[in-house]
Design a protein. Structure first.
Length: 273
């Protein structure tokens, strides 16, 4: 049974990690997936793997913190597939630091990617989600179910030392989720959030010799100290981190019609923590 047959899904930050696993799962369930990432190569690679497996995918390189990038992303999606049924606001990275040492740039970067970018993506989808539903209702029918999934974190639901900026962005997206669920519920648009705990991605790898992301010419080191990783595993009842494939499963529920009466919710994925 394919739960997303014929649906068009836009997934930001889907070149790697949770986003890539979600794109593959959605395509497996029949969705036409728009794989978008700020880095062209991983977006293309993910889309090619999906197509090699018999799925349908479009790769678009876009910076969702840039209004022009969002316009290009939405424009290519509509030109290729003609509509948007599912939006997943997944793009993001971490730039950690203690509050007393945090500069304005470090603070604002996390709010831009984790809160402002999802808002702008949602606003850009208004004609293809809210207004499309309104037209369906005006024509005497019932609006089909459409879905928005915002990605939060347990840093946003519980706080986390060294992540004041990230936690603020991830907490803010929860407020946006709950408000939009109320505003758009009458148009049969369900809006939910997923707050992930420890999932194995390049954001949670050991930082010794780890990966970097580059934003506006600045290299930002990703990952966390290995000692903190090991302590985290001891606290998680499952005794380990989650995998991107395990993180994608709840996305499928929120994207499918199994969740048509579920909106304004925040689901924590933590391995029992």
């Amino acid at each position: 049974m394919k739960l997303l047959e014929g649906k068009v899904a836009v997934i930001t930050g889907s070149g790697r990690g949770i986003g890539a696993a979600t794109a593959a799962l959605f395509a497996e369930h029949g969705a036409k997936v728009v794989v978008t990432d700020i880095d062209p190569a991983p977006a293309k690679d993910t889309a090619m793997r999906i197509m090699a497996s018999g799925g349908t995918a479009l790769a678009v390189s876009a910076d969702v913190t840039d209004s022009g990038g969002i316009e290009e992303l939405i424009g290519q999606t509509i030109h290729t597939y003609g509509g948007i049924d599912i939006l997943v606001n997944n793009a993001g990275y971490t730039w950690d630091g203690m509050a007393h040492k945090m500069g304005d740039e470090q603070w604002e970067a996390m709010l831009n990617i984790h809160l402002t970018a999802p808002f702008k993506m949602i606003r850009a989808c208004v004609p293809y989600m809210r207004e499309a539903a309104k037209a369906e209702m005006t024509n005497g029918g019932k609006a089909k179910a459409r879905k928005i999934i915002n990605i939060s974190s347990t840093s946003g639901t519980r706080g986390n030392i060294g992540q004041l900026n990230y936690a603020a962005g991830k907490a803010g997206v929860i407020g946006m989720t709950k408000t939009l669920a109320k505003e758009w519920g009458g148009f049969n648009i369900q809006v939910n959030a997923i707050a992930y705990g420890f999932i194995e991605t390049r954001l949670t790898q050991a930082d010794e010799g780890g990966d970097f992301t580059e934003r506006e010419g600045k290299k930002i080191k990703l990952g966390i100290p290995d000692q903190m990783r090991q302590m985290a595993f001891m606290m998680i009842p499952a005794g380990r981190a989650g995998t991107p494939d395990e993180a994608a499963g709840p996305m499928l529920f929120f994207a499918s019609e199994l969740s048509n009466y579920v909106s304004g919710q925040v689901l924590e994925i933590t391995g029992g923590l």
